[in-house]
Design a protein around this ligand. Structure first.
Ligand code: L34
Length: 256
């Protein structure tokens, strides 16, 4: 059909974790045969410079998806950057138009991390319908869209966060527990219901450089019916869903 997906990934500054994630995204593009361009910009790049690069990519035919790796340096307004991306090329689904579409359930793109979580659940043969789902964390990138996706799949969803009272009482009720708080080993085995599905979105770097999730794996795996590891769990799924969104973007941009 002559559809050729192309992804542009922009990274500003030299955050080591972001560099790893971007490298994994580039590698995935190669493996899938998706054309990609990487823009590694200096930390001192101005907001105007970044905006003009986005504008250029918005108009570039060979690019179907644009991703600005977050976080961006403090002097750049993240919201302005996200809003500058053409919503039809917004493979992260962070643009307010795409966020709104996720609310209504009529969406082109699903944010990569929550989409990856849903894929893991489905591929494991777990039915969300009617289940008690507890999402710990309320970020725009993970917690909020995750709750919406579980809701669209007919889960009964509770969102917990740092101000939640009696957190353990809530998490203990979960058939499906998604941890996305960014605090190492925050969810311990005693907070988990016997047989629950536990999905660990956290990727925390400890002082000894080791990666660990938001779930204390050792105590959690003893009670959970199914549990995702860190690394090797949600992270690679995020990258896989980005590939899917890039192909989707190519189709959308071709037909409009
Ligand atoms: N714009 N910014 C934008 N889009 C995104 O979807 C992201 N995210 C999060 C951070 N900022 C973003 C990612 O790409 C997190 N994230 C991400 C991507 C890939 C991996 C983890 C997080 C990943 O590949 N994780 C591997 C190994 C990680 C490592 O060795 O450090 C894993 O096995 O978990």
């Amino acid at each position: 059909m002559g559809i050729k997906p192309g992804l542009a990934v922009i990274i500003v500054g030299d955050d080591p974790a972001s560099q790893v994630y971007v490298r994994n995204k580039e590698r995935a593009c190669e493996e899938c045969g998706i054309y990609s361009e990487k823009y590694a910009l200096d930390a001192s790049t101005t907001q105007e410079e970044l905006l003009s690069l986005i504008e250029e990519l918005n108009n570039k035919k060979s690019i179907s998806g644009i991703l600005v790796q977050l976080p961006v340096p403090d002097h750049i307004d993240e919201e302005k950057i996200i809003e500058a991306i053409n919503p039809r090329k917004d493979v992260d689904a962070f643009h307010p138009i795409n966020v709104g579409k996720i609310m209504t359930g009529n969406y082109d793109f699903v944010p990569c991390t929550p989409a990856g979580v849903m894929e893991l659940i489905k591929e494991s043969g777990i039915d969300v319908c009617g289940k008690e789902c507890v999402v710990v964390g309320r970020s725009n990138i993970v917690g909020k869209p995750q709750a919406m996706l579980l809701l669209h799949n007919n889960g009964t969803v509770t969102i917990c966060h740092s101000k939640t009272k009696d957190l353990k009482e809530k998490t203990k009720k979960a058939d499906i527990l998604v941890a996305a708080v960014g605090i190492p080993n925050f969810i311990t085995g005693d907070m988990i219901k016997e047989g629950a599905v536990v999905i660990d979105v956290g990727i925390n770097r400890l002082e000894n450089k080791k990666l660990c999730g938001d779930v204390e794996f050792e105590s959690a795996e003893k009670v959970a019916g199914a549990i995702t590891p860190v690394p090797g769990g949600v992270g690679p799924m995020t990258v896989a869903m980005l590939m899917k969104n890039t192909v989707r973007a190519a189709v959308i941009n071709k037909s409009k």
